[in-house]
Design a protein around this ligand. Structure first.
Ligand SMILES: Nc1nc(=O)c2c([nH]1)NC[C@@H]1CN(c3ccc(C(=O)N[C@@H](CCC(=O)O)C(=O)O)cc3)C=[N+]21
Length: 295
C-alpha cells in the first residue's frame, strides 16, 4: 500500500473514554452516593514511574474519583508491602489497588499481586482474574490489552476470523491480549524470542500487536499490506542532546508505508492504559457493592 495508513488516535480515544468514565462517576455519586477510590502504591523513586503515578492520580481526580497515593522507600521489605496491601484490601474507601511495577529485587511481585483482593485488582494481574479471562468468566481485565482491543474494535469493527499475531508472552500484556483476541474469535498466534522466522509469522497477521520492549524491532517487511499494527512498546532511548526520546517496538515511519492502520508512540496505547484503569476502577466500585454500572 502506498497511501498513508489510518493513524489510530489513542490519545483522543482515551480522552473520550475518560470523559465517559467521569460522566458515569457523576451518575453513580448522584444515584448511590458512591465515589470510587483508587489506591496507587509506588515503591522506590524511579523517575518514569513517578511520572505515571502522578498522571494516574491527576486523571483519577479529573474523572471525579478519589486518588490515594502511597509512596514507600526502595528499601521496603516484602512484609511491609504486604501489610499495606492487606490494609487497602480492608479499606472500604478503596475500590481499586494498583501496585506499580517493577518492584525492587527484594520483593516477590507475584506474592504482592496475588495478595490484592481479586475484586480490587484493577490491573487484572491477580491469578484469579487471569483465570477468569482464560475461562470466559467476568473479571478485571488488564488495562493495556483492554485498551488495545478497544482501539482495534473501534477502527476495524468485527474482528471475527482475522489472523492476530501477538509478539510477546508476558502475563501483563501478551497473554491477556491473546485471550481477548481469542474471545473476539480471532485466530491467535503468540510469538516470542524463540519463534522461528518471526518476520514470516508476522506477515500472516491482519492484526499485529508488538509488546516486547525492543525499540523499532518491527519493520515494514514484517507487515502484511493493510494490516492493523498496535505498538505497545514504551522505550526510552537516548538522544544526542543527552535527553531521552520515547519510541515504540514498531519502526513507525517504515511500517506506515504498508500498514492499513497504526498506533503512534507516544499518543497510542499508553493513554488508553490509564483510561482503562479509570474504567476498571468505576466497574470495581459497582461490582463490589452489587450495583449496576450507570449507563
Ligand atoms: N501495576 C502497573 N500497572 C501498569 O499499568 C503499569 C505499571 N504497573 N508499570 C509501568 C507500566 C507502564 N504504564 C504506562 C501507562 C501510561 C503510559 C502513557 O500514558 N504514555 C504516554 C506518554 C507518557 C510519557 O511521555 O512518558 C504515551 O504513550 O503517549 C505509559 C506507560 C503503565 N504501567
Amino acid at each position: 500500500m502506498s497511501d498513508t495508513p489510518t493513524l489510530i488516535d489513542g490519545k483522543g480515544f482515551a480522552a473520550t473514554l475518560r470523559a465517559e468514565v467521569a460522566r458515569k462517576a457523576a451518575l453513580l455519586k448522584q444515584r448511590d452516593s458512591v465515589v470510587p477510590g483508587l489506591a496507587v502504591v509506588l515503591v522506590g523513586n524511579d523517575p518514569a514511574s513517578e511520572v505515571y503515578v502522578r498522571n494516574k492520580g491527576k486523571m483519577t481526580v479529573e474523572a471525579g474519583m478519589n486518588s490515594y497515593e502511597h509512596r514507600l522507600p526502595d528499601t521496603t521489605s516484602q512484609e511491609e508491602l504486604l501489610a499495606l496491601v492487606r490494609q487497602l484490601n480492608e479499606d472500604p474507601a478503596v475500590d481499586g489497588i494498583l501496585v506499580q511495577l517493577p518492584l525492587p529485587a527484594q520483593i516477590d511481585s507475584d506474592a504482592v499481586i496475588n495478595a490484592i483482593h481479586p475484586d480490587k485488582d484493577v490491573d487484572g494481574f491477580h491469578v484469579v482474574n487471569a483465570g477468569r479471562l482464560a475461562t470466559g468468566l467476568p473479571g478485571m481485565v488488564p488495562c493495556t490489552p483492554l485498551g488495545c482491543l478497544m482501539l482495534l474494535k473501534h477502527y476495524l469493527g468485527n474482528l471475527s476470523g482475522l489472523n492476530a499475531v501477538v509478539i510477546g508472552r508476558s502475563n501483563i500484556v501478551g497473554k491477556p491480549m491473546a485471550q481477548l483476541l481469542l474471545r473476539e474469535s480471532c485466530t491467535v498466534t503468540i510469538a516470542h524470542s524463540r519463534t522461528r522466522d518471526l518476520p514470516a509469522v508476522c506477515r500472516n497477521a491482519d492484526i499485529l500487536v508488538a509488546a516486547v520492549g525492543r525499540p523499532h524491532m518491527v519493520t515494514a517487511d514484517w507487515v502484511k499490506p493493510g494490516a492493523a499494527v498496535i505498538d505497545v512498546g514504551i522505550n526510552r532511548i537516548p538522544k544526542e542532546d543527552g535527553k531521552t526520546r520515547l519510541v515504540g517496538d514498531v519502526d513507525f515511519e517504515d511500517v506506515s508505508r504498508v500498514a492499513g492502520a497504526i498506533t503512534p508512540v507516544p499518543g497510542g496505547v499508553g493513554p488508553m492504559t490509564i483510561a482503562c484503569l479509570l474504567s476498571n476502577t468505576l466497574t470495581a466500585a459497582c461490582l463490589r457493592r452489587g450495583i449496576a454500572v450507570p449507563d
